[in-house]
Design a binder for this molecule. Structure first.
Ligand code: NAI
Ligand code: PYL
Ligand code: MG
Length: 259
């Protein structure tokens, strides 16, 4: 998994506020509203315990502090444990956490100890970014392009197919593309005769994955992928509505899904 860096998480509150206003512009709802519409849930004074984890590449500077800021932003009562790992988990439970948030290099989970529900960041992120794309108010077109069909992109593509969209897909990994075509019935993007899209969902760890040939004016690009899927030059040239934020939107999706 591509790991976040402390720099990605700088000024997380500002990044969240900016993302919230773009989500509002694109969908007519804020991030909370999208989560509520998606899962039919709302927070009800749940206490979230955030446990730092040292295994693998270890603690990421700003990670736990960002989760603290994010959970507070979405109206949860939250705290970061003093201890890490197993001791931190014990501390969180003993301090009354209803929901545990913790991540190693492979899995970032939210576990609601009261109802047993558990969420994984990758599908939760794919689903909410796909949901935001699907709510593009500026178009009636049912065509959506999905670029990147991995652990985040594939669940997002599934969500769009289930919502009745005509999903075009592309992944440089031919095996993953074939899997999506055969299991979901998505249309493989023909790079030779490209088509312009007004809605794109991108989930790759690579920069500049969306070429100019695919972008229409004012298109919505909903992308959790880091680094950014389009150049600043193309974003400005086509007035692209860019929904991109490093941690908060996906975390909100996880939390609302376990309520
Ligand atoms: P993954 O490795 O499972 O999937 C990425 C897919 O992108 C692969 O199938 C790969 O073949 C494909 N790909 C790479 N270059 C491509 C290109 N030029 N064109 C088309 N496809 C291409 O990774 P995963 O877990 O799905 O994560 C995707 C991205 O999302 C990563 O950058 C990750 O850091 C980010 N992420 C962001 C989150 C957020 O909250 N903003 C949360 C979780 C992940
Ligand atoms: C959750 C993010 C989204 C993108 N990549 C994922 C990542 O960076 N995962 C690793 C998280 C490790 C956290 C570390 C800590 O500080 O507790 N163990
Ligand atoms: Mg996010």
């Amino acid at each position: 998994m591509a790991l976040l860096t402390p720099d990605d998480l700088k000024d997380i509150n500002k990044q969240l506020q900016e993302a919230d206003s773009i989500v509002w512009k694109v969908t007519g709802l804020d991030i909370k509203g999208v989560c509520k519409a998606l899962y039919g849930t709302s927070p009800n004074s749940e206490k979230v315990g955030i446990v730092p984890v040292t295994s693998g590449n270890g603690i990421i500077g700003n990670f736990s502090a960002s989760l603290h800021a994010i959970t507070q932003y979405f109206g949860f009562d939250s705290f970061v444990t003093n201890m890490s790992d197993v001791s931190g988990y014990y501390e969180a439970v003993r301090s009354g956490a209803d929901i545990i948030l913790m991540a190693d290099d492979h899995t970032f989970l939210a576990h609601n100890l009261k109802n047993g529900k558990i969420a994984n960041n990758q599908p939760s992120t794919g689903i909410i970014y796909a949901e935001i794309a699907s709510r593009n108010q500026k178009t009636d077109s049912k065509d959506v392009l999905v670029v990147g069909l991995g652990k985040v992109g594939f669940p997002g593509a599934v969500h769009l197919v289930h919502k009745g969209f005509r999903v075009y897909g592309y992944d440089t990994d031919r095996t993953l593309l074939k899997r999506a075509v055969s299991s979901l019935g998505i249309i493989p993007l023909d790079i030779e005769s490209p088509k312009k899209f007004s809605t794109i969902f991108e989930a790759t760890p690579c920069a500049n994955t969306i070429p100019e040939t695919l972008i229409s004016k004012n298109c919505v690009l909903s992308t959790p992928g880091i680094p950014c899927a389009i150049s600043e030059e193309l974003r400005l040239k086509y007035d692209v509505q860019l929904v991109m934020e490093p941690l908060g939107i996906g975390t909100a999706s996880m939390l609302y899904s376990v309520l």
